[in-house]
Design a protein around this ligand. Structure first.
Ligand code: SF4
Ligand code: SF4
Length: 176
């Protein structure tokens, strides 16, 4: 008989990430490669955000939230986030929420929008039809380029963090 392992709930994944953060943060912050990747990621994220503002997406989404009441950040999207991406958010200074703000919204949505800095590809890449129809295709292509850099850096950050956490566990076992 096939047993399917259920994914731990979002609260458990957050608790895991917070535990790892408190035991491994010194090792993470002392790692020059990781520090450099985090620095580059912050820069890439700022550039994507500026491009979103420049091409009017921020304003379109703001209006959609205010007037249409329709955010695309629905409940359940948080299940795309594994514990590593949550840990990366902690390393980037994010305070992860304790509870859902709105029943029908993603766990990470707050009154000011998304609370995360490092987001899943599905969140980074998503643009609804309204946005696609209103924004110049060339501007969207420029945004995609910047988002690609953000995603690539996130991949390398997660890989580096996994190595450091493993090393952290080995050191703990040896009592170092
Ligand atoms: S992407 Fe589309 S649905 Fe989502 S907030 Fe922006 S305008 Fe609204
Ligand atoms: S952008 Fe943030 S709030 Fe929206 S679905 Fe993604 S993680 Fe959730």
């Amino acid at each position: 008989m096939l047993h399917i392992m259920a994914l731990p709930g979002i609260e458990e994944r957050i608790a895991w990430a917070e535990n790892q953060f408190s035991s491994c943060k010194e090792l993470c912050f002392a790692d020059s490669k990781l520090s450099e990747l985090l620095r580059l990621f912050r820069g890439a994220r700022t550039l994507s955000q500026s491009q979103m503002e420049r091409c009017g997406i921020v304003e379109i989404c703001r209006r959609c939230e205010m007037e249409g009441g329709g955010s695309c950040c629905g409940a359940g999207i948080e299940d795309r986030y594994d514990e590593w991406l949550l840990l990366v958010n902690l390393l980037l200074g994010v305070k992860l929420p304790r509870q859902r703000w709105k029943d029908d919204s993603c766990f990470f949505l707050g009154p000011e929008g998304c609370k995360l800095v490092a987001r899943h590809a599905i969140c980074i890449n998503y643009l609804c039809k309204e946005v696609i129809d209103q924004v110049d295709a060339e501007q969207i292509a420029r945004l995609r380029e910047k988002e690609g850099e953000e995603l690539e850096l996130l991949f390398f950050i997660c890989e580096r963090v996994k190595k450091i956490v493993k090393e952290c566990g080995t050191r703990k076992q040896k009592g170092r």
